[in-house]
Design a protein around this ligand. Structure first.
Ligand SMILES: [Zn+2]
Length: 479
């Protein structure tokens, strides 16, 4: 590749420039013409499709059904749940005209679909026999943010899943929470090879209109925090606003309990930012358009012999893996190495006359750039072993990076310097919103979540007011 086709900055030196170059030059992403919108090029969209189908299969196995609701929400519906509309109104895009005539009622473009789905839920749910109702949709939503957009991480339009469930009682609603968080965690670890922090959001950071929000939080190499998949328990808030009620077994009208949950294309940004390196993207084996790229090395004399051997390798591996033979004669092998490294393909085969003669294959793995050889007869099992090892290595690296950057402190001043140095600061907290706000002002970060399974540090009080600590909470700089 020519100099300007590759990445010209180092990830560790200028992260934001590196991030933009990697996304554009790998042909993963392009800018939409409206600021903050995204074009997913086929190479990038493929990764989203893999995530989508993996999650979708787990949802269906758990009894969730897909549905598709309209994009437009009548104004009166959007305004029905008070906290919900207060939370979203600054970012709602409106349709006010059709052709030249002004619409009688303005229509919102969905920022999320509670208010377009729940009037229908109210019609469909009559008795306890109609519950639970567990629906999901894969769609796009628009949130007209005014903060500076960052490709995939902060956008005005993004793709996601929206799960919306209705239960007769709170216990079954909470039971669903554990199962959905497990599905997301499996997806994050096994497919995206990413370690996140699972926890509960504080009251002030929870979903507008909900009762409790749970999330997976991530740390990017530039020290900023990104919220990943989340789950909201809405109690009966929306059920009361939209009259989602059922007659129980003794014939009494009872409000239903609801949950919502989502994973969005923002995770693609986290994926690329965490795994990528100075050569470009590093795509985990389960998500990559190709898992193996075969690059032939030949001269005029041995061209057909080398290509024949490459085709044989391609044929035998393509039954079990996504492999591609790059036969283009207009590019040199070296150019092809750089090209596929930039795109982050997990394994490269380098195949020349020496490999033909010895009936073997030279390979390079993208995550470590380690080189080795394998025998032709064992190519399928060897590829499987290397792909598995790449996945494990990426997850381990992501986990090591995350945990080495979560720093507990009992000192408010130190929280500020920890966050400024690219860490997530962890502290004991009393649970009062006034303290959370003071910590936020003093540290320059905001609360990300209260991690599960981490008890309050014994013997220490709230980092802010020095009263009894009830929670351990993480603070970080956000996108
Ligand atoms: Zn306090």
């Amino acid at each position: 590749m020519a100099e300007d086709e590759g990445i010209t900055v180092k990830k560790g030196e200028n992260f934001s420039e590196w991030y933009t170059q990697v996304l554009i030059k790998s042909e993963f992403f392009d800018y939409g013409d409206v600021s903050g919108t995204t074009i997913f090029r086929p190479y990038g969209y493929y990764v989203w499709e893999r995530i989508q189908s993996f999650v979708d299969e787990l949802f269906k196995a758990d009894g969730i059904s897909n549905t598709a609701f309209p994009l437009l929400i009548p104004k009166k519906f959007l305004e029905k749940e008070k906290e919900h509309i207060e939370g979203f109104s600054p970012e709602v895009a409106w349709v006010t005209k059709a052709g030249q005539s002004k619409l009688e009622e303005e229509l919102a473009i969905r920022p999320t679909s509670e208010t377009i789905m729940y009037p229908a839920f109210s019609r469909w749910i009559r008795s306890w026999r109609d519950l639970p109702l567990r629906y999901n949709q894969w769609n796009n939503v628009v949130r007209w943010e005014f903060k500076h957009p960052t490709p995939l991480l902060r956008n005005r339009e993004f793709l996601w899943n929206e799960g919306h469930s209705v239960f007769a009682d709170e216990e079954s609603a909470n039971d669903e929470r554990d199962r959905i968080l497990e599905i997301y965690e499996k997806t994050l670890r096994e497919l995206l090879c990413l370690q996140g922090i699972k926890g509960k959001k504080t009251e002030s950071e929870k979903f507008a209109g909900g009762v409790a929000t749970y999330s997976f939080e991530f740390l990017l190499p530039d020290g900023r925090n990104v919220q990943g998949p989340d789950f909201h328990h809405d109690g009966t808030n929306f059920a009361r606003a939209f009259d989602i009620a059922y007659l129980n077994k003794t014939g009494e009208k009872t409000y239903a309990f609801q949950n919502t949950y989502a994973i969005s294309t923002r995770m693609l940004g986290v994926l690329l930012a965490v795994h990528g390196d100075d050569k470009g993207l590093v795509i985990p084996p389960g998500l990559s358009r190709y898992q193996v790229i075969i690059v032939p090395i030949y001269n005029e004399k041995n061209r057909e012999e080398v290509l024949d051997y490459c085709r044989k390798i391609h044929k035998i591996t393509s039954g079990s893996h996504r492999t591609h033979l790059d036969e283009r004669s207009e590019y040199t092998p070296g150019w092809k190495y750089n090209y596929w490294e930039l795109k982050g393909i997990p394994i490269r085969f380098e195949v020349g006359m020496r490999e033909v003669k010895q009936s073997q294959i030279t390979y390079v793995r993208r995550d470590t750039m380690e080189k080795g050889t394998m025998a032709f007869e064992s190519v399928i099992s060897q590829v499987e072993v290397i792909l598995k090892s790449i996945g494990e290595n990426l997850l381990k690296k992501s986990s090591d990076f995350l945990y080495s950057h979560i720093k507990f402190t009992d000192n408010l001043e130190e929280m500020k310097s920890l966050i400024a140095d690219g860490n997530m600061a962890q502290a004991n907290w009393c649970g009062k919103e006034s303290c959370e706000k003071k910590i936020k002002d003093a540290s320059g970060g905001k609360s990300t979540n209260m991690p599960f399974d981490i008890p309050v540090k014994a013997g220490l009080k709230c980092v802010c007011c020095r009263e009894k600590a009830e929670f351990v909470v993480n603070f970080g700089k956000s996108y």
